[in-house]
Write a protein that binds this ligand. Structure first.
Ligand code: 3HC
Length: 293
């Protein structure tokens, strides 16, 4: 079934979307990447080409594979080009108004059998599914950053998702080299419900000046052997995404441990979003320590 897929669509080519396109194309799928305008399309394509160029440079793929991957890619600003897609992953910004617009279009454009997956990390998959006339074919397929590297893919089922849809999404995840786990639609699913409060605790420690950002991060990398510390990870994930996850955890459970650190909220308000904005807890473009401001 999955091997018969002729076309996979990815809507939204930000950091996650571009990475997801890469993962599918490297696994042999023909992929159409969709963005809202030419500038966003160029940015997404640039990100992808750079990443594939690095893989080629490191000898992870051959010249021939590089050419074959590029030949499997199509880029467009028209969602109508997904009219023959078998499987679509939505990876647009985490705003319900934007998702609503995308899913209304996908539901209208794609054939009734097409599975519509969302990469949302903080919104309810159930709410997204209910926006369509095919809630049984809507599923969460949640990737982790950097998508080409991280092995986990959460397959998020709702009370409306058909078992066959979960099965196909799981099979897709395996075909693209990911380790799927099936989780239910609750705030943060499983991984973010564990990971983001931990990041938030680190922000609180930093805010209360328990230690410097480097010391806080080293306390985890050197103690627990994780590849990066929580503040560096916040910068990688995006502080806005961390805040959105904390806020949905709070909304759903109203537990004190899910209250977002004030500094996290302040930094998001200030546009200090981490790597994607050039500055977060760390300087990605030459600024100072935000705790000293
Ligand atoms: N795209 C593609 N490949 C990448 C990449 C990217 N953006 N970033 C790193 N890589 C590859 C490198 O090419 C390298 O490959 P190689 O070993 O085959 O040469 C490998 O990953 C290791 O990279 P580096 O040597 O440059 O650097 P590190 O060893 O420090 O690894 C890291 C970087 C993979 C980001 C590592 O630090 C890591 O695993 N960090 C934790 C990331 C994590 O926890 N992510 C989950 C966040 S939660 C989330 O995303 C959910 C969301 O909903 C909030």
């Amino acid at each position: 079934m999955v091997q018969e897929f002729k076309k996979v669509g990815v809507v939204g080519l930000g950091t996650m979307g571009a990475g997801i396109v890469e993962v599918f194309a490297r696994a042999g799928f023909a992929v159409t990447g969709v963005e809202i305008d030419d500038a966003a399309l160029d940015r997404g394509r640039g990100h992808l080409e750079k990443s594939l160029g690095k893989a080629l440079g490191k000898g992870k793929i051959t010249e021939e594979e590089h050419g074959a991957i590029l030949a499997r890619l199509t880029f467009t600003t028209s969602r109508e080009d997904l009219r023959d897609a078998d499987f679509v992953v939505e990876a647009v910004p985490e705003r319900m108004d934007i998702k609503r617009d995308v899913f209304a279009d996908l539901d209208r454009i794609c054939p009734p059998g097409t599975i519509l997956a969302t990469n949302t990390s903080s919104l309810s998959v159930t709410e997204i599914a209910a926006l369509t006339t095919r809630p049984d074919k809507v599923v969460g397929l949640h990737f982790f950053n950097p998508a080409p590297v991280m092995k986990l893919a959460e397959v998020v089922g709702t009370v409306l998702t058909a078992p066959g849809t979960i099965q196909i999404a799981t099979e897709v995840a395996k075909r693209i080299g990911k380790t799927p786990v099936t989780v239910s639609d609750r705030a943060g699913f499983v991984a973010n419900a564990l990971l983001v409060p931990y990041i938030n605790d680190a922000v609180k420690a930093y805010e209360r000046k328990y230690a410097s950002r480097e010391e806080i991060d080293a306390s985890v990398t050197a103690a627990a052997g994780l590849p990066m510390g929580p503040l560096a990870l916040a910068d990688l994930v995006g502080l806005d995404v961390c805040l959105a996850v904390m806020d949905v955890l709070w909304d759903e459970f109203r537990e004190q441990r899910y209250v977002a650190a004030p500094l996290l909220r302040r930094m998001v308000a200030a546009g200090l979003l981490g790597r994607k904005s050039g500055r977060g807890f760390y300087d990605h473009s030459g600024a100072e320590d935000p705790a000293e401001e």
